[in-house]
Design a protein around this ligand. Sequence first.
Ligand SMILES: Cc1cc2nc3c(=O)[nH]c(=O)nc-3n(C[C@H](O)[C@H](O)[C@H](O)COP(=O)(O)O)c2cc1C
Length: 219
Amino acid sequence: MEFDKVVEARQSVRRYVPCEISEEELAEMVRAAGMAPSADNSQNWHFVGINKAEILGDIAEVVEAKWQGVFDKLAEVDEERSLKMQKFAKHFFYFFKDASAIILAYANEIEQPVGDILEKVGEDPEVINDHWLRRNNRMQNMGAALENLTLKAVDMGYGSCWLNALNYASPEIDAYLKEKHGFEVGDRFLAAVISIGKPAPNPKSPKKKPIEEIFTMIG
Ligand SMILES: Cc1cc2nc3c(=O)[nH]c(=O)nc-3n(C[C@H](O)[C@H](O)[C@H](O)COP(=O)(O)O)c2cc1C
C-alpha cells in the first residue's frame, strides 16, 4: 500500500472478525518493527507472538483478575468510579482476547556509553536509569518499533490496537508465560501489547489535532 494511505488507515481496532494469522505473518510484522531506529543501535526489543485463542483467553483472565482486584478496592472508597472503570475496562483492557493474535513487546536492558559517562561524573543512578536509559531512550526505541509494527499490520490488511492496559499485570503475565509456556522474561519488561486481527466494520477513532496546533515553523 502507498505510504500515506497506510499512515492514514492506521487506527485503533478493538473489535475483530474471526480470522487466522500465521506465525509467518507475525514474523513479517516483527521484521518491520526491528527495522526501526534505536539509540546507539541498541535494538533493545524482544517480541512474543501468540495466535492461539486459548492462550489469549488465559492472559485475558490474568489481566482481568489483576484489574478486578483494583476495582473491588476502589469500590470501597468510590463505588461509582469503580463501576465506570469496570465498564471501561471491558472495552479498553480485555478486548484483545477476541483478536486473532497479540504481540507482547518487551524492552531489554540497555547499556549506553552516555549512561556510563554520567555514572563516572557521579550523577544519581535513579536519574540515569529513569530519565536517561529507561523512560527516555529505552521507551523511545520501543515506540519507534511498535509504530512500524502497527503500520505493517495495516499494510498486510489487518487492524491493530496498541495496549498498555496489560502492563500493570505484567508480573502475573510473566509468571504465566514461564509456568505454562517456558518463556523466561529475564531482565526485560513488558512495554506494550499489540492486538491484531481483521477489523469488524466501522471502527471509530477520535479526531486528530489540526496541523496548526501541532506544528510551529520558526524562521
Ligand atoms: C502507549 C499507548 C497505550 C495505549 N493503551 C491502550 C489501551 O490500553 N487500551 C486501548 O483500548 N487503547 C490503547 N491505546 C490506543 C489509544 O487509545 C489510541 O491510539 C488513541 O485513542 C488514538 O486513536 P487511534 O489509534 O484510532 O488513532 C494506546 C495507545 C498508545 C500509543
